[in-house]
Design a protein around this ligand. Structure first.
Ligand code: PMP
Length: 321
């Protein structure tokens, strides 16, 4: 039988230590003790909803800060509702499980936390009703997801964002990340760092896993939640910082493709991506082709806030230890 041994040896080692504690089916367990069946519904049909949460290690304070966890779990409840699923815990319980998980693993580095609510029935048949669900959380040490210092080069993807009429982008459904993967690989294999994806009606929607902000004529603009975006937690945090700290107005309005070529600054933001300055789109420089001044300022504030350095943004984070 044709087992592709080349692909097998090329496979990366898992990023997680097998002894890592995870939260699985209502209890704490070791990563290597958890097994999922081959027929697991979610694996075949994308019937799961998930989140991505970060915790930031502050070496000086010897403290780990969990960022915006309640907002992520609130969104997860909403994503579940779209998929006719129900999270078996309140947001408060989920935040507490996450804190306990981080403590058990004694992380002393930046961490990425991945909760997943998935259809666990082992049976054939595409549907949402009359199926079992299960929930887990794992956490792994995690650095940069995309470049945040030098600025990144983007392409406008030939793939369109999933429309609300077909697969709601505002719900974080695993199945819709096949679309994001198409866009990301097209961009990276084409020599770019990241994709910017348009909505079906031809407006800028978002990156493969990031929301978009552009600075144009002294105003920050970000696509409205009705342009098939994930309603980003980072997007929400930045909207407030831009208003409060930079004293710049934020407009939620649709963005045309060519505005990406003619704006003064552009950035992608998200839990994984953090704040990533975009210095080029479709081989055209953004602004002067360097990291934007206001983007840089936003980054400084954001990285201070997430590491628990800024008392003003204390309510963004929860100290883990
Ligand atoms: N859009 C998509 C498609 C994403 O996957 C993400 C990452 N979760 C974002 C935007 C940014 O959302 P957040 O700031 O909540 O991480």
């Amino acid at each position: 039988m044709g087992v592709d041994t080349k692909a097998k040896t090329a496979a990366k080692k898992p990023a997680v230590h097998p002894n890592t504690w995870v939260f699985f089916d209502g209890d704490f367990a070791r990563y290597h003790d958890v097994k999922l069946g081959l027929m697991t519904h979610a694996l075949h049909y994308g019937t799961a909803v998930f989140e991505g949460i970060r915790a930031y290690w502050n070496q000086k304070k010897g403290q780990l800060y969990l960022l915006a966890a309640a907002a992520h779990y609130d969104r997860m409840h909403r994503s579940a509702n779209v998929m006719r699923m129900k999270l078996p815990y309140s947001t408060e319980e989920l935040v507490n499980f996450t804190l306990e998980l981080l403590r058990r693993n004694e992380f002393k580095s930046d961490v990425y936390v991945r909760p997943l609510l998935y259809t666990s029935s082992e049976e054939i048949g595409v549907r949402l009703h009359n199926l079992d669900r299960n929930f887990f959380i794992y956490a792994v040490p995690f650095g940069k997801y995309v470049e945040v210092e030098a600025g990144i080069r983007c392409m406008v993807s030939s793939w369109r964002r999933v429309p609300d009429q077909a697969l709601p982008a505002r719900a974080k459904i695993t199945g819709s990340y096949a679309q994001a993967a198409l866009a990301k690989s097209e961009a990276v294999e084409g020599g770019f760092d990241e994709a910017i994806v348009m909505s079906i009606d031809g407006h800028v929607s978002e990156g493969s896993a990031e929301n978009v902000f552009m600075l144009k004529d002294g105003v920050f603009v970000t696509p409205p939640v009705t342009d098939d975006i994930l309603e980003g937690v980072t997007r929400q945090l930045l909207m407030k910082v831009i208003g409060d700290e930079l004293n710049i107005e934020v407009q939620e309005r649709s963005i045309d493709r060519t505005e990406l070529y003619t704006c003064d600054e552009l950035l992608l933001c998200g839990t994984g991506a953090q704040i990533s300055p975009v210095i080029e789109v479709d081989r055209r420089p953004v602004g002067n082709g360097k990291v934007g001044e206001f983007t840089q300022e936003l980054q400084n504030i954001y990285f201070g806030a997430v590491r628990g350095e800024l008392p003003k943004y204390k309510d963004w984070t929860i100290p883990v230890y």
